[in-house]
Design a protein around this ligand. Structure first.
Ligand SMILES: Cc1cc2nc3c(=O)[nH]c(=O)nc-3n(C[C@H](O)[C@H](O)[C@H](O)COP(=O)(O)OP(=O)(O)OC[C@H]3O[C@@H](n4cnc5c(N)ncnc54)[C@H](O)[C@@H]3O)c2cc1C
Length: 1014
């Protein structure tokens, strides 16, 4: 008996020979597309520009715009094919309408190579052709990016139409093989669940299922009635568990339990995939009815890799291509071994993967009519034909829809076809030998373990494999690269959802406790308390914190002053390690702290977790930054003299923090002061004093000495104002409102009798942040990001979007979708996972925001206001005003709530002028796909943090050093390389080292003697 490998080779060779005898290009159409693909494979930069151009093209309406974009994307091309491209651009300039049309025609021709029809009627023509070739079909309706429930409902309606049309048009069609046809209905439809509910949140599968099930039921009923097969496609990892759970839940339901014509996708590139498949098989056996699995490698590899890297998550996908291939084969075996309950479909264009499935099925004696191969429309034509010739069942995946909603599908196909790692490119573009194409992936992995696997050409993966730059730091190393961020919690993982639920219920039992202030290590109850309440349920007291008055403030200043002399000379390393221990404690208590934030400040889960992550990052980043700047460093090599630059701490720091990032901002300012050798009086906001008490507890556990850190909650207007004026306070680190910030700035400028230092004020204030949506922007993305930036955490981030600036040209189009999106975001008690908009912080904020809404109603047009917000708690309905003019109060004043003003402008000039025409300069956003406009926005928008094509909130320590100018702040960026310098006094010591004309030849780079304690 021949070995499995030789069986695979024999079958693989047969397919490849057949393919060679029926030559077809990599892509089924020649000409323009093929030439572009060939160029793309030669030059990564060209490929990038081309795909970006293709992405924007369908949203350009005028020929002039198309030509402008063409020029912007390709004018800098400097390669062998530059003359070709430049000639095209010149031609386009001469006759823009002709060129615009020709380009659009060509690109839509390219896309239609992968899109089988514009609508259900249109696709039937293709299906008929395939029928003649004995190829079956599954139809997929394009349109995965739904941003509102209206759009999701429209998609569901289109699915019903599709089912109807297909059933009608295919009457009398029979199974191409005529054997085991009961397993394979002729009509087969693939669904993407993300298109049926716009608010799927990985943290809340139950909510997603509750919304998806009722939308799916009519579709499934109709499909069953018409004898149609329904397949659930699999999308990104974030949606995986919801999709699996939904599938199992629905098809265990009484109505569908005995329906065999349902299937789901398993992605072999996922490390979890074997567990998921085994679980499905077990579920299927318990259900007692056949079902199907389409096994694929997976279409979102780049997305998963980038997302995991950005969030510091364990990457859910394999990093080496042969690992995915080997896993595909392992799962193929598992599927075929369980053929008695599961019908397998192998979705691959890789001849090795296909041949392996064939050979293994034969080995097990599974008849070739009991499983099928599925390939995508427009790809691998000769492979499909070879499989049909060999007597296998072949089904083609046929996407249907317009170009715009189909763009993300089209770009995925372009990436796949030009991927350095892909089989199609290897076979058709690079003509690898049969031996190489049919090699056992496990063999490749074995060689890789010996270190010989050819280096991946994939840019993302290579960047990840490089040693971390901190190991090899030079002046060119980006400062943030010296630091690896703490991970966010991935709430797509059920164990993390469970931990959070448990933490919330435990925290509930601890509510109402009393917390002391801490001065010089002593825990003090003053007899007066500040009650911190739950904004979702104001009668619930989260905790009562002892309130400090003037007397306690005086004691705290003395304690901090006394502790300073010792602390300032404590070795930097010890101080840095203190921060690292604090970070470790926060990490240990992560879910508990997040739960506290949910109760105390109404943060949704993800936001609370983001705040704890930021606090951890501040500790670790500042510890590391301190190590970088800690040693006295030679200023210049000059014979006979040496000068060393170094830093001293300033003295006593008074830290005044807001409630909206109750741990992160308080922790950031406090740890920056501590690690630089200052002693600290830490005043949390009254609304988040329990979070402050937790931070004190954490830093004490980490070992902060008595007096070095003093915890002093109290009234800002009394105790806070007293300390701001106090001569013994050397530095004030403040984050909060403009009103209070300016008062502090002014007051700190007055020198009091006996004051030894000019007070340094690190002052971060508010914003009136604008986002501009350009005419060619990706509206799907812009709407999602703007809705989140405006309404995420109830608009109570200083970075939140408050002014949305729309060009006349796209105003109505964007508004229509924005209002629907606002109507769809989840508003509710943030104890529930997946909430976007919770309550605002307290009654005062509630009333103030409602006042602004009244002002808005009198100044502008109320375009949308949500009605279904909870009655209990401080819930403000998400609100959008249109016809807002720049001089109106709602366009000028910070509202700090879920209220957005939309301003309509003529063009980009006016948009930038309006964006900049405010007192503030904190964050801003710009959505565009015009390289020239993006450059302009980067250069001209006045804001401390300018975000292009992404949300304007969510700064990450080290990556997006955060802070503004104008009336937004008078400090340097938090989480940036120079933040710590504000807490330090620079000092230079110069020594003449010449004696009678003689001087040492070498001067050391660093000298540590200035750091010695007195
Ligand atoms: C009919 C059909 C339906 C499909 N449905 C879905 C679906 O619902 N959901 C979905 O996600 N995908 C789906 N796909 C799969 C996807 O779209 C790709 O077509 C498929 O992954 C390509 O694999 P291949 O075996 O044809 O090619 P190959 O060239 O052998 O494999 C390419 C694949 O390998 C993986 N890969 C690439 N680089 C690496 C690396 N460095 N490390 C690890 N793995 C790597 C990626 O998954 C990549 O797509 C479907 C495919 C078909 C044919």
């Amino acid at each position: 008996m021949r070995s499995l490998q030789s069986e695979i080779e024999q079958r693989g060779t047969r397919i490849l020979r057949w393919v060679d005898q029926h030559p077809d290009s990599l892509f089924s159409k020649a000409g323009f597309y093929q030439r572009l693909m060939a160029l793309s494979m030669r030059d990564e930069q060209f490929k990038l520009q081309l795909f970006r151009f293709v992405d924007v093209l369908p949203s350009l309406h005028r020929s002039g715009e198309i030509v402008e974009h063409l020029e912007e994307y390709f004018a800098d091309v400097r390669d062998g094919f530059a003359p070709f491209v430049h000639a095209g651009i010149r031609l386009a300039r001469i006759a823009p309408w002709v060129s615009g049309r020709v380009l659009r025609w060509n690109v839509s021709g390219m896309a239609h190579q992968f899109i089988a029809g514009k609508n259900p009627d249109d696709v039937v023509k293709t299906l008929r052709k395939r029928r003649a070739q004995r190829i079956g079909f599954t139809v997929d309706l394009l349109g995965e990016a739904v941003v509102s429930e209206t759009e999701a409902d429209e998609y569901a309606g289109r699915c019903l139409d599709l089912l109807e049309t297909l059933a009608r048009e295919t009457q009398g069609w029979t199974d191409p093989l005529g054997r085991n046809s009961e397993l394979f209905p002729v009509v087969n439809v693939s669904l993407k669940i993300s298109a049926l509910y716009s608010q799927i949140n990985p943290a809340d599968p139950a909510d997603a299922i509750a919304h998806l099930a009722p939308k799916l039921l009519p579709i499934l009923r109709q499909a069953r009635e018409r004898g149609t097969f329904i397949n659930f496609d699999m999308e990104s990892y974030a949606h995986k568990n919801v999709t699996l759970e939904l599938f199992k839940r629905i098809f265990t339901d009484r109505d569908f339990k005995d329906w065999p014509h349902v299937g789901i996708v398993i992605q072999a590139y996922l490390r979890d995939s074997e567990i998921d498949l085994r679980d499905l098989i077990e579920w299927g056996r318990a259900r007692g009815t056949r079902f199907a699995v389409r096994l694929v490698k997976g279409a979102y590899w780049d997305h998963e890799t980038i997302e995991a890297s950005q969030n510091a998550w364990n990457c859910p996908v394999y990093s080496q291509k042969p690992e995915s291939d080997a896993n595909f084969e392992a799962l193929t075996r598992l599927l075929l071994e369980n053929e008695s309950i599961v019908t397998a479909a192998f979705g691959s264009h890789n001849v090795r993967s296909i041949a392996h499935a064939q050979a293994f099925a034969d080995e097990l004696g599974v008849d070739r009519s009991r499983f099928e191969f599925q390939l995508l429309y427009g790809m691998g034509g000769p492979i499909k034909r070879a499989l049909v010739e060999m007597g296998y069942r072949v089904r083609e995946y046929c996407p249907v829809g317009e170009l715009l909603p189909g763009m993300s599908y089209f770009v995925r196909r372009l990436l796949e076809n030009t991927s350095n790692e892909g089989f199609l490119r290897a076979k058709f573009a690079e003509n690898l030998s049969e031996d190489e194409l049919l090699r056992d992936p496990r063999e490749l992995l074995r060689t890789s373990r010996n270190g010989v696997l050819p280096r991946s050409n994939n840019l993302t993966i290579n960047a990840m494999k490089e040693p971390h730059p901190s190991h090899n730091r030079s002046l060119d190393t980006p400062p943030g690269d010296t630091y690896e961020n703490a991970p966010l919690t991935n709430f797509a993982q059920p164990e993390n959802q469970e931990k959070m639920r448990k933490a919330l219920s435990e925290m509930r039992t601890r509510l109402g406790k009393e917390y002391p202030l801490v001065i010089n290590g002593e825990k003090i109850f003053t007899g007066k308390t500040i009650a911190s309440i739950n904004p979702s349920s104001p009668e619930d007291v989260v905790g009562a914190v002892a309130e400090a008055g003037i007397e306690e403030a005086e004691r705290a200043v003395k304690a901090a002053r006394d502790a300073f002399e010792k602390w300032r000379w404590t070795p930097f390393e010890q101080r840095a390690q203190l921060l690292e221990r604090a970070a470790a404690i926060m990490d240990r208590r992560r879910f508990e702290l997040s739960a506290l934030e949910v109760f105390e400040v109404g943060k949704p889960w993800v936001e609370a977790d983001g705040d704890i992550r930021e606090a951890i990052d501040f500790c670790l980043f500042y510890a590391q930054q301190m190590r970088l700047i800690r040693r006295p460093r030679l200023t210049q090599h000059v014979p006979g003299e040496e000068s060393y630059y170094h830093y001293w701490p300033r003295g006593v720091a008074f830290v005044i923090a807001p409630w909206n990032f109750p741990l992160a901002i308080l922790c950031g300012m406090t740890t920056a002061a501590l690690v630089t050798g200052n002693t600290v009086i830490m005043k949390p906001a009254e609304q988040s004093a329990v979070c402050g008490a937790m931070l004190m507890e954490i830093l004490e556990e980490a070992g902060v000495p008595p007096g070095v850190l003093n915890y002093l909650p109290g009234k800002g207007s009394v105790m806070g104002a007293h300390l701001v004026d106090r001569k013994d306070v050397d530095l004030i680190a403040f984050t909060g409102s403009r009103e209070v910030g300016l008062r502090i700035w002014q007051s700190a400028g007055i020198t009091r009798p006996g004051q030894r230092e000019l007070k340094r004020v690190v002052c971060e204030m508010g914003g009136k942040n604008a986002v501009i949506i350009d005419a060619d922007a990706d509206v799907d993305e812009a709407i999602v990001d703007c809705t989140y930036s405006a309404f995420g955490y109830q608009g109570q981030k200083c970075s939140a979007l408050s002014r949305l600036i729309l060009l006349e040209e796209n105003h109505d189009r964007v508004m229509e979708r924005l209002l629907k999106a606002a109507a769809s975001v989840r508003v509710g008690n943030p104890e529930e996972p997946g909430i976007t908009v919770g309550p605002v912080i307290d009654e005062a904020a509630y009333n103030r925001i409602l006042d602004y809404i009244q002002i808005g109603k009198s100044e502008a047009t109320l375009a949308y206001q949500r009605e279904d917000v909870p009655a209990k708690g401080f819930f403000i309905p998400p609100t959008i005003f249109s016809d807002v003019k720049p001089n109106m109060r709602i366009a000028r004043e910070e509202i700090f709530g879920p209220v957005v003003s939309v301003l309509k402008v003529r063009d980009l000039d006016e948009a930038i002028a309006v964006a900049n025409g405010t007192d503030y300069a904190l964050t801003a956003g710009f959505f565009s796909r015009s390289p020239a406009n993006i450059e302009r926005a980067k250069a001209q928008i006045e804001a401390g943090n300018v975000y292009i094509n992404r949300s304007c909130t969510g700064a990450v320590v080290g990556r997006h050093p955060f802070g503004g100018f104008k009336m937004s702040g008078g400090g340097t960026k938090a989480g940036g390389a120079d933040y710590l310098l504000q807490f330090l006094v620079p000092r230079v010591v110069t020594e003449n080292i010449t004696r009678h004309g003689f001087a040492p030849e070498q001067t050391p780079e660093y000298r540590d003697e200035f750091l010695w304690a007195k």
